[in-house]
Design a protein around this ligand. Structure first.
Ligand code: FAD
Length: 427
């Protein structure tokens, strides 16, 4: 069986869905290949609930607007008090994404293969010709004019023997996110607003709620073992370590948010785990350690946080929270100096201002450095090795530090959309 497309996108996650939407909307015969049985990647399976707030003057945001509009229809989104509208319910988002890619306008040009993995890449010197996909044990040979690697890991590019960017021994830590249900969020907010009086790390919309009962109560709070701030929750985390309910590394990063339309659910952006990029046995063991940590944190919250007494574990992410794994060599490798100097480019695909954000395993090793608006050029998404291969999302061609800013969801979506529009304008 042989299938021919204009654009094939491998990976139906954050960036891949944006690319597939825009590609089909622009009239390209498009195939989206996803190894899970749902779309969204880290946004859904990874339980990465908030889209980080970034520049308002972003380029290529049509898909993001569609996402918000459709999520509203399904009651799967809220807008936070700082104006960030990117708070989604991760389970409902799976249905939202199906809907966005299933409208008549899109579906007439788009095929989706779930539970399908790329197995082989066939190429000549500078062009990818065909790929072999294993779709539920059926082998499919697919031909296309353009290919897009949106796998998050760079699996496609690695199968095609593309060069990788190897510029650092530093790793971003991974996380395995989870959600607790049956939490009395009102009681917890009373507590957190009492203990964190300066509101340095805690946000709730409690005051807005008091004035408008139709609003949903929403909060965020955090603590790390870095000494950049006086963390209000640190006292409780330290005490739990003394009482052997937590271990020291559990203090490295603790961040929780209420879940949009999740009623009594709380999402955790922790525990952090080691990123053993090139050591598969150790990586697998880290997942066992992560689940042990989740169980410790679960017991910690039940004992220390009013409102969590009856909490239950409702979700553990089915996709590991890998912040950075492989970055693929592209025609232009974007650098931290480009970002910090707000360098201008002829063909920018995104404009953003999210900070340099490195999660380290060392105390005080993490970096959060604010930036002005910056642009990313299309050349940082164009494969160095092949004329018809693009790489989008967190595998883009950037150095370690600039990657830590560019990897956020809104930017990944702009990359996907930008590539589809670039192909339209240049083919
Ligand atoms: C712990 C953590 C916390 C984060 N917090 C935030 C945050 O608060 N806000 C924010 O904006 N960003 C955050 N980020 C960053 C952001 O979520 C990611 O960088 C972004 O979602 C990556 O998008 P992507 O498209 O590259 O990958 P993904 O969304 O992971 O998509 C990759 C897709 O490819 C599929 N795939 C992989 N291999 C294959 C294959 N061989 N064949 C077919 N399909 C395949 C996967 O199943 C997946 O669906 C966080 C990241 C992590 C890890």
């Amino acid at each position: 069986m042989e299938n021919k497309y204009d654009i094939v996108i491998v990976g139906g996650g954050t960036s891949g869905c944006a690319c597939a939407y825009m590609s089909a909307k622009l009239g390209f015969k498009t195939l989206l290949v996803e190894k899970n049985n749902f779309l969204g990647g880290l946004m859904t399976g990874g339980l990465v609930v908030p889209v980080m707030k970034s520049s308002v003057s972003n380029l290529n945001c049509d898909y993001y607007k569609k996402l918000i509009e459709t999520a509203k229809k399904y009651n799967a989104q809220i807008t936070y008090q700082d104006g960030n509208d990117g708070w989604f319910n991760p389970e409902l988002l799976k249905i939202v994404l199906d809907d966005i890619l299933s409208t008549n306008e899109i579906r007439k040009n788009l095929d989706i293969l779930f539970e399908s993995n790329i197995e082989q890449v066939q190429h000549d010197n500078r062009n990818i010709k065909k790929i072999i996909i294993n779709s539920n044990l059926i082998s499919l040979c697919v031909e296309s004019k353009y290919f897009v690697d949106a796998t998050g890991s760079g699996e496609f590019s690695i199968l095609a023997n593309c060069d990788l960017i190897c510029d650092t021994n530093t790793n971003q830590q991974n996380s395995l996110r989870f959600i607790l249900g049956n939490v009395d969020i009102n009681r917890f907010c009373d507590f957190i607003l009492e203990v964190d009086k300066d509101r340095d790390i805690t946000n709730t919309n409690r005051n807005d709620i008091n004035n408008n009962e139709s609003l949903e109560l929403h909060f965020t709070t955090a603590s790390t073992w870095d000494s950049t701030k006086k963390w209000a929750l640190d006292y409780y985390l330290k005490k739990a370590v003394q009482e052997k309910i937590l271990i020291e590394s559990d203090r490295s990063y603790f961040q929780i948010f209420s879940v949009a339309k999740g009623d009594n659910q709380v999402a955790f952006n922790c525990p952090r785990i080691n990123n053993y990029k090139y050591e598969p046995y150790k990586s697998s063991n880290e997942l066992i350690n992560a689940r042990k940590a989740i169980y410790r944190i679960f017991n910690f919250t039940k004992k220390y946080f009013p409102g969590f007494e009856g909490a239950i574990i409702t979700n553990i992410a089915s996709i590991t929270g890998v912040r950075e794994q492989n970055r693929i060599k592209t025609r232009y490798i974007y650098t931290k100096d480009d970002l910090l100097n707000s360098k201008k480019f002829k063909t920018p695909v995104l404009r953003a201002n999210y900070s340099i954000d490195v999660h380290s395993d060392k105390k005080n090793g993490s970096i959060l450095q604010k930036t002005a608006d910056y642009e990313l050029p299309i050349e940082s998404l164009m494969s160095y090795n092949y004329e018809n291969l693009f790489v989008i999302g967190k595998i883009l061609g950037a150095d370690f530090l600039s990657h830590s800013a560019l990897r956020v969801q809104k930017s990944c979506m702009s990359m996907g959309e930008g590539v589809a529009k670039f192909i339209k304008e240049n083919s």
